[in-house]
Design a protein around this ligand. Structure first.
Ligand code: MN
Length: 249
């Protein structure tokens, strides 16, 4: 098995290195990751300047671009082989509910799915004292188990791992996207020349306690695995008859 690894925290992140070490037993690993932190880049693609690739070893490359740049380059010519799987992470911080929309970690996996390769995004639910052991170990097990029956083309798995020692995790659950609550405060300041500038704020105000969601599973001490699809169509609304008979012109 050939695995492409990437992330949004940059090639020097310990989370990425934990996956490189742990997944090596499953096959051949190629790492193509941003040369610096690129969190919250979502699906940004660099089109208006050249991208430079720095080859650290034949299996390890950094790119001066976004997570999606890295996966796209890797899958469309940079690598000498076609990977069987794309894995993004382990992210330093959760990607639960709404986070998924902004996440560079998840978008790297989405790019794999868009290009027809099964993909997994993995995030560790903490912002300090990172121990990636359980997250990397669970990812290796998940990869082994998902060989049969495999995941459909265009689907990816979004994994969030509570920051607990492996023995204290309660297990894992298949979940759906939940809803996180953030304060929407923007911080306004004045620069030394008298001009205004802003910081986008957003304190964590918890989450909606809806059954079956990623937020609830992690809160209860389970690893959360959410199957995501690239098709954003609202299929329920699409099939509502009242919207389908709209005389125009
Ligand atoms: Mn990140």
């Amino acid at each position: 098995m050939i695995i492409l690894l990437s992330n949004d925290d940059g090639i020097q992140s310990e989370g990425l290195m934990a996956l490189e070490t742990c997944l090596a037993k499953l096959g051949e690993i190629y790492t193509v990751a941003p040369d610096r932190a690129q969190s919250s880049m979502s699906h940004a693609l660099t089109l208006h300047r050249p991208l430079r690739v720095h080859e650290l070893s034949p299996h390890r490359m950094s790119v001066d671009g976004t997570p999606v740049d890295c996966v796209k380059l890797a899958l469309t010519g940079l690598l000498p082989v076609k990977p069987d799987l794309v894995v993004s992470g382990v992210n330093k911080g959760p990607n639960l509910g709404d986070d998924i929309i902004y996440s560079g970690t998840v978008s790297a996996a989405i790019e794999g799915a868009l290009l027809g390769i099964p993909a997994i995004a993995v995030s560790l639910v903490t912002f300090e004292n990172f121990d990636f052991g359980a997250a990397a170990d669970f990812t290796a097990t998940l990869i082994e188990r998902m060989q049969q029956p495999g995941i459909p083309t265009g689907t990816l798995l979004n994994v969030n791992v509570p920051h607990l020692p492996k023995e204290q995790l309660k297990g894992w659950k298949l979940t759906r996207m939940g809803k996180r609550h953030y304060s929407e405060n923007i911080v306004e300041r004045i620069d030394p020349r008298g001009g205004k500038y802003y910081w986008i704020g957003g304190d964590d105000l918890g989450f909606a306690h809806d059954d079956g969601t990623d937020c609830v599973a992690v809160h209860e001490g389970f690893v959360s695995v959410t199957p995501l699809q690239v098709d954003l169509t609202d299929h329920k609304l699409l099939h509502e008859a009242r919207l389908r008979h709209f005389p125009w012109p």
